[in-house]
Design a protein. Structure first.
Lengths: 158, 276
């Protein structure tokens, strides 16, 4: 079965291994390795991608459902000549240690800030509540999201 | 890999026809619990094209399409004020954002788990469940048994909540080890007061058995009565005697009962305080 969708701003065709293949496996087979394999049951957030702008756990998402939709992985966020403002904020706030949860964290942040550029701390916690990190203790991740929000909000106001 | 096929019906007639004619066919709504436990050689009935994603007000109540996601419910301005926002508050206790963006209301009901919130909410608020074949189930009837068995070759198309009431006290509390974990127990209470007397009260719990439980006899102790400490203790005793609790690998049955009583007492003592 073949499907097509826009991934990281490019329209591409994908061949499913089976109709029940999950999006996580499909994306990793096609080289989108920023999409991390974690619990495979929607509990850790390592495989989060954006589908039509919404954060979803790709381990629970049937790949056929992505047909004609828009998917964003971390590969599509930064440009070749520079990082996205959220990625920069994560680096500068020291919110990355082993890095395994970082793609999911950054994409959850992107979904939040696209919808709400000036979130409260509670709103940040809700947006990221499904992203587990075993290194940082979350404080620096919260700082990073606040920093990114500040930068994006400032840009929007200008 | 299995040899499954996907069917994407465009209307309800086609959906029922496919369900009836195919033995090994499973409806897929959000897919979050289905894909984890999918048997081999199964056909999928994708409900996404059926335009069942909507939230509407009607007669001061609510109609929610079965393919509406939990996130859409949370974000809905219509749902926000309904019954003091209890639907929104309870929906927020389902999993995490990235799962709530996928989980549908229909899936939460049909793929029932002990932690399914919508069966409990519907039972609490005296809601109804509508099916593609036109059946209308009162929540208490549908959740008296496993909904999938009652529905047979039918699908849920809509849930309905009755007209909003403003002068009610509502309470929804989930007790779990982490924010996104399945509840040890969740409690929903709705209470109509007439000065210091309780005119009507409904108490529902989820997380204890597969199906939600309503504590009718405990409600009777409080109904048409003024709340006092003696009645609170009598309610708690009654609930502990009557509640059914299934085994849970995380905690003992006694622990669940204890948490249940703590949550109920929290609500009732707050009511008592307000009367003073």
């Amino acid at each position: 079965m073949k499907i097509q969708f826009v991934i990281n701003n490019q329209n591409k065709e994908f061949e499913l291994k089976s109709e029940t293949e999950i999006l996580l496996d499909l994306l990793r087979r096609y080289g989108y390795v920023s999409v991390k394999e974690g619990c495979r049951e929607g509990q850790c957030g390592a495989c989060i991608v954006l589908v039509d702008g919404k954060a979803i756990n790709s381990c629970l998402y049937p790949a056929f459902r992505a047909n004609n939709k828009t998917v964003l992985t971390l590969e599509g966020l930064g440009q070749e000549n520079g990082l996205d403002v959220i990625q920069k904020s994560f680096l500068e706030a020291g919110a990355v240690q082993c890095g395994y949860c970082t793609p999911g964290m950054i994409l959850s942040t992107k979904a939040l800030l696209d919808k709400n550029p000036s979130p409260t701390e509670d709103e940040i916690k809700v947006a990221l509540e499904g992203n587990l990190c075993r290194c940082t203790g979350y404080i620096k991740i919260l700082d990073a999201v606040k920093l990114a929000a500040k930068r994006i909000y400032k840009k929007l106001k200008v | 890999m299995n040899n499954s096929k996907i069917f994407s019906p465009k209307n309800l007639v086609e959906t029922i026809d496919l369900l009836t004619k195919n033995k090994k066919i499973v409806p897929i709504a959000g897919g979050t619990s289905l894909l984890l436990n999918l048997p081999k050689d199964i056909k999928l009935l994708d409900l996404q094209q059926l335009k069942l994603n909507y939230i509407r007000s009607f007669n001061n109540g609510l109609k929610i399409g079965s393919m509406t996601t939990v996130s859409d419910v949370i974000d809905s301005p219509i749902v926000k004020g309904y019954y003091n926002g209890i639907i929104k508050e309870a929906s927020r206790t389902i999993a995490a954002t990235a799962n709530r963006n996928l989980i549908t209301i229909g899936g939460n009901i049909v793929g029932i788990h002990p932690w399914s919130v919508f069966p409990g909410l519907l039972m609490l608020l005296e809601g109804k469940v509508i099916t593609a074949k036109g059946f209308v189930f009162k929540a208490e009837k549908l959740f008296s048994s496993i909904p999938k068995n009652i529905l047979g070759k039918d699908i849920i198309t809509e849930i309905q909540f009755p007209a909003d009431k403003k002068n009610v006290v509502t309470y929804w509390k989930k007790f779990s080890f982490t924010v996104t974990d399945y509840p040890i127990v969740s409690i929903g209470i709705i209470c109509e007061k007439d000065k210091e007397k309780i005119k009507k009260i409904r108490i529902v719990a989820i997380g204890l058995t597969l199906l939600p439980q309503r504590f009718v006899n405990a409600e009777k102790i409080l109904q048409d009565n003024k709340i006092d400490e003696k009645r609170i203790l009598s309610v708690v005793d009654n609930i502990v005697q009557e509640v059914k609790v299934s085994n849970d690998i995380r905690v003992s049955v006694e622990y669940k009962k204890e948490i249940l009583t703590v949550l109920i007492k929290e609500f009732l003592y707050k009511l008592l305080e307000e009367n003073k």
